[in-house]
Ligand binder design. Structure first.
Ligand SMILES: Nc1ncnc2c1ncn2[C@@H]1O[C@H](COP(=O)(O)OP(=O)(O)OP(=O)(O)O)[C@@H](O)[C@H]1O
Ligand SMILES: O=P(O)(O)OC[C@H]1O[C@H](OP(=O)(O)OP(=O)(O)O)[C@H](O)[C@@H]1O
Length: 212
């Protein structure tokens, strides 16, 4: 657990970082641009009394649960899949997309369909709640390949622009839920660093209201 005044922030590398750093800058937090394309994993942001820990998105809840980061930014998709013991504080409204059930347009129901996904827990719960028996196959990327090459009947994956589906002749069969990125906090940090965390939430909230 960190005990100095610096707020340690688990920041996802990749598509969320660009939007998150823009949001922080709009809120008046001076995130240096030199690090936007950097390979550095620990980035000091002394002017904002913060330190960014550059993490793989799926690992952000783990860093926050263990308290090596006080707060973190993570997609709702990852938060639902990982079910870590953290506080979800704030919907940042960035990295907007949706989780959907996807298949080939000529898909026909089968008794025990196979569903490929990066999100086995989310997918299992979704079909269980609907009384549908499926076999879930965990993949780590290029999920859209699975129905094209006969590994799975359907997939559960993220859709943003729909370009990946269009280019691969797939269709969205059901939208499961909307996804945006959330600010999460370690339970102990939330108490010990409440003033700093609350001040950050207020600044981000005000800036988001002004930006509309
Ligand atoms: N088109 C999209 N596809 C997937 N995730 C998206 C998309 N748009 C926004 N997101 C959000 O961005 C988050 C991080 O996505 P990103 O692709 O950067 O991570 P990742 O796939 O875990 O990274 P990596 O490719 O390094 O494994 C997702 O968890 C989701 O909340
Ligand atoms: O609707 P779109 O705008 O096309 O975005 C959706 C695609 O983006 C993501 O893949 P990503 O680029 O993260 O690659 P991956 O297959 O390695 O996960 C996601 O898994 C979809 O494949």
């Amino acid at each position: 657990m960190t005990d100095n005044g610096i707020l340690k922030v688990a920041m996802p590398k990749g598509r969320i970082y660009k939007q998150a750093s823009k949001l922080f800058r709009q809120a008046g937090l001076p995130i240096p641009e030199d690090f936007d394309d950097s390979r550095k994993l620990i980035i000091p942001v002394p002017e904002a009394n913060m330190e960014f820990i550059m993490a793989k998105p799926v690992d952000v809840p783990t860093y926050v649960e263990y308290g090596v980061a006080d707060i973190g930014i993570v997609g709702k998709d990852v938060l639902m899949e990982e079910t870590k013991d953290v506080y979800e504080l704030f919907d940042l409204g960035i990295a907007r997309c949706r989780m959907s059930v996807i298949g080939l347009p000529d898909w026909k129901p089968v008794i025990h369909p196979r569903v490929a996904t990066k999100y086995p827990n989310v997918a299992s719960q979704y079909f269980r709640e609907r009384g549908q028996q499926v076999e879930v196959i965990k993949l780590n990327g290029s999920i859209e390949l699975a129905p094209l090459i006969g590994l799975a009947d359907r997939i559960v994956d993220m859709v943003e622009t729909g370009q990946t589906l269009r280019e691969n002749g797939l269709v969205e069969m059901e939208e499961m839920f909307q996804v945006t990125s959330r600010l999460i906090a370690n339970r102990v940090s939330y108490r010990l660093k409440n003033t700093a965390i609350q001040a950050l939430c207020d600044r981000l909230g005000q800036s988001m209201t002004v930006q509309g």
